[in-house]
Each structure stands twice: as C-alpha cells, then as structure tokens.
Write a protein that binds this ligand. Structure first.
Ligand SMILES: [Zn+2]
Length: 157
C-alpha cells in the first residue's frame, strides 16, 4: 500500500537524482519544514494554520534526519495528521523495527520506499552491479540497517 502511494509521489515530485532529497519532496508537496522544539524528539508532523508542517532534529546524524523527514512526510500523506489538534511526535522508539503502532509501521515503510526507490535499487543492483549493502546505503544516504531491511522487503535478499 505504502509502495503504491510512494510511487505516485516519486513520479510527480522526484527529479530522479540520487540520493532522494526528502526536504525537496516535502516542499514540492506544499509542506513547510520547521525547527523542532523538544530536545528528546526526532521529529514531528503537524498542521498549523491549515499548513502541513514537518520538523526534524538537526542534532541527529544526516541519515537519521533524512529518514525522519521522510517518516514525517509519510504521516501527512497517509492521513495520520488530520487536524490542528493531532500533532504527531516521534522519538527514537518510533523508528524501531520493534514498534507495533500501525501508524509508525506505515510511516517507516513509507520512508524506506521514498528514500530507497525500488526502481533506483533495481538499476543500481541489476544494471550497475552494485551488490554491496554498504555501498548501496552510501549511494542512497541511508543507514546500512535500513538498506538491509529494504532489500529484504523487496525480496532481493
Ligand atoms: Zn511517527
């Protein structure tokens, strides 16, 4: 489900360059990017004055920031933030593979598909012969763990 939603977004809002830049996609989708106001948080998704806003923690690693942004975009696109009262806050636990909250699971799947487009992986692996996980992760600017799970979910491992 997330895969199809992401494909539509990538088709319309991605310049086909790697790595995918989630900030550009958020802006292209009409979202605003703002600073985070809690020290123990990784990200937030909220609607303020009718405007979709995403926030991420600038003190975390670049890969983490990119994943957080993609995850928060997912909360908006998947309809998890419906009113100005339903501010969505994420700490490190939200991104854990052990998290069973369906909204977090969906947002994480969305983020993985957005940052690691199926088409891009297939091109890198099958056309360019890039089969090393750390090189793939480096090319797509994601963590090796995220890369591993994505390849697994695509049935490529
Ligand atoms: Zn979340």
């Amino acid at each position: 489900m997330e895969e199809a939603v992401v494909k539509r977004i990538l088709d319309a809002h991605w310049d086909k360059l790697l790595p995918v830049r989630p900030a550009d996609i958020a802006r292209s989708l009409g979202m605003r990017i703002d600073v985070l106001d809690g020290p123990d948080l990784s990200g937030e998704a909220e609607i303020r004055d009718g405007q979709k806003v995403i926030k991420f923690n600038r003190n975390e690693s670049t890969n983490r920031q990119r994943f957080t942004m993609a995850h928060e975009i997912g909360h908006h696109v998947l309809g998890h933030v419906t009113s100005s009262k339903s501010k969505h806050r994420d700490n490190a636990g939200s991104f854990s593979s052990g998290n069973n909250d369906w909204q977090e699971v969906q947002a994480n799947r969305f983020a993985a598909a957005l940052l690691m487009p199926k088409l891009a992986i297939e091109t890198l692996v099958y056309r360019e012969g890039m089969t090393n996980i750390s090189r793939l992760a480096e090319t797509l600017r994601v963590s090796e763990a995220a890369m591993y799970y994505r390849l697994k979910n695509l049935g490529m491992l």
